[in-house]
Every structure is written in C-alpha cells, then in structure tokens.
Write a protein that binds this ligand. Structure first.
Ligand SMILES: Nc1ncnc2c1ncn2[C@@H]1O[C@H](COP(=O)(O)OP(=O)(O)OP(=O)(O)O)[C@@H](O)[C@H]1O
Length: 308
C-alpha cells in the first residue's frame, strides 16, 4: 500500500467579481492530479511558477480544502475527515516553508516557536518541553542556549534549521518541504539540503519536496512529478526524468538548466534541438485547455498554452 496516495485531486480557487462579489470564475490551480509516495522516499514536485505545486502541498497538509479527489494517508482519506478527526493525523504531516525570514514569528523566542506544535498536540511540563526543544535544537546543529534568542539573531540557514527543528518535534511521518532553500544563499543551500537527507534516515521521514530548481530536485529526489498548469505532464524516477525525458515540456525545462559541465551542456544542446523539432511539428496546431485543437497558430503562441 502506498504511504500517501493522491487521487484525482482538484483545487479550484473562486474568482469573485461585480458589486455583490459573486463567484464569476475559478482558477484551476490543481486540476486532476494523481501520484503516490512510498515510505521513506523523496518525491519531487517540479514546475514553473504558478503551476500549482504549493497549492498541492498545502492541500495535503489541510491548509486548503480540496475541491475534489482523495488524499489517502496510509489508506485514510484525509479529505473526508471532520476537523476534529483530521487533528489526530495532522501531527504526522509537517511542513517546512519557503522563506525562513518570514515563516518564524519575529516576536517569539526560539523556545516558543519550536514548542508551539508540542503545546498544540502534547501536554508536557515546562521542563520536559524545554528538554525536548533543546534536544531538537542541538540535533539541527545549533547551540542549546539559542532557544532564548529571537529569529532575527540567526542567519538564513540557521533559521531554516529552526524551521526544520519545529517540523521534527512531533515525530512526523511526512514532511512537505516547499522550496525550503530557495531563499538561501547558494553556499548555505547545500548544507541545509544535505542535512535534510541526513535526518531523513535518522527519523525515517518521507519527503514531498517542492521546487522549481531541477538541480536541487536531482540532488534530493528518488521520483519526480513534472507539473504544468495544474496538471502532471510526466512522472518518473530521477534517472528516467533526467536521462530519458519523454514530454516536450520536461525536455524544455531540462534544456534550460544553467550548466557548467561541458558534457551535460552538449546533452542540453541536443535536447534543445529536439524540443525545437517537436515544436515545429506542432507549428500548425495547438491544444487549448479543453484539449480542442486550433489550426494555424504560431510556435510563440504554443509556448504559452497547454502542451499536448
Ligand atoms: N488564494 C488564491 N486565490 C486565487 N488564486 C490563487 C491563490 N493562491 C494561488 N492562486 C493561483 O493558483 C495558481 C497556482 O499557484 P501556486 O502557488 O500553487 O503555484 P506554484 O507552482 O507553487 O508557484 P510558485 O512556485 O510561484 O509558488 C496560480 O495561478 C496562482 O495565481
């Protein structure tokens, strides 16, 4: 049985307009996606800005309500649970947020930030709570005395470690990491990513790793789903996606990674030629959102619509 199974998930945001702020349309942020995570693996969700990655992550953790579809965590459909029932599953799924500068409350000490989930889900005495927070703060490589400091007294990488400590306190099974290093300096990114890999083994975590950066995804993920405009266009192991991409959109993404290695640059050049050839074949037709074919559209226009 899959650890987490997402079945035909749809998340539509209402667009309101007019004097009475009635719903006039919907943004189909996630439009019928299905994928599954196996225990202990890192599954990457990749795609350009606005393709629905964050919405998918936030819906799994229950911050956004699904419009349709199922989210099965070890067989239990989270979308069907009442708020109270969902509460008992909530501690199994934690999230690491994109921006360590804004995701930590600047008015709270690190002790209170990390203890927050403990206070919500476990009733511990102040001493036990402090001991637990200190254990995790040391585990993420910070000084135990740091718990009395405020977030602004830390660097970006250290702040993200505090965010990771907060996510670990309740022994979660699944961590959704939404662009966890994109706000960090490149030199710090690798440290945080390697650290995430280290704790994955130690705490037996499954990761849903969201990023637009294919280099990072390649470093972190066992399997990858490529999203485009709220849908999946391709899914495969890291090897399949990076060495044998099938979909023209995946090829386009891969051909655009900045690369210093001359051998990889040569492969990218070949990919770019392949993409161009495939686009030329599409020159006289493109598919709109409903899958209807429109004749005689230019290649430049085919770039901005759903690629068949
Ligand atoms: N609260 C909202 N109300 C209306 N539309 C929204 C809302 N949040 C997101 N959207 C729209 O849903 C789509 C998907 O957004 P989402 O943030 O999930 O994408 P993303 O792939 O995570 O992008 P990014 O990498 O830039 O964060 C976008 O078109 C966005 O404009």
């Amino acid at each position: 049985m899959a650890f987490l199974k997402v079945n035909h998930l749809k998340v539509y945001y209402p667009v309101r307009g007019g004097f009475f702020r009635r719903i006039v349309d919907y943004v189909k942020a996630v439009d019928d996606i299905s994928f599954e995570l196996r225990q202990g693996e890192t599954y990457g969700l990749v795609g350009e800005s606005g393709c629905g990655k964050t919405t998918t992550g936030r819906t799994i953790i229950g911050l956004i309500k699904a419009t349709a579809g199922e989210i099965l965590l070890e067989g239990t459909d989270l979308t069907k649970l009442s708020r109270r029932q969902f509460y008992s599953y909530r501690k199994d799924i934690q999230m690491i947020f994109q921006d360590p500068y804004s995701s930590l409350n600047p008015r709270k000490r690190v002790l209170d930030i990390i203890a927050e989930p403990i206070r919500n889900f476990e009733k511990l005495s102040p001493q036990e709570e402090k001991r637990k927070v200190q254990y995790f703060i040391e585990r993420v490589g910070l000084n135990p005395e740091s718990i009395y400091k405020y977030p602004h007294e830390f660097s970006g990488g250290q702040r993200q470690r505090i965010g990771i400590a907060r996510a670990l306190t309740l022994n979660p099974k699944l961590i959704i990491a939404d662009e966890p290093v994109s706000a960090l300096d490149v030199s710090v990114q690798a440290q945080v990513l390697n650290f995430m890999k280290e704790i994955q083994k130690e705490f037996q975590l499954t990761y849903l790793f969201i990023s637009h950066d294919l280099g990072i995804i390649r470093h972190m993920c066992d399997r990858i789903g490529i999203m485009y405009r709220g849908r999946f266009v391709e899914e495969g192991t890291s090897e399949e996606i990076f060495h044998h991409p099938q979909h023209i959109y995946t090829k386009r993404l891969l051909s655009a990674i900045p690369n210093a290695d001359p051998r990889q640059r040569r492969q990218q050049f070949q990919l770019r030629e392949e993409v161009e050839r495939e686009y030329k074949q599409l020159y006289h037709r493109y598919f709109d959102d409903e899958g209807k074919v429109h004749p005689l559209k230019k290649i430049s226009e085919t770039h901005s619509v759903a690629i068949p």
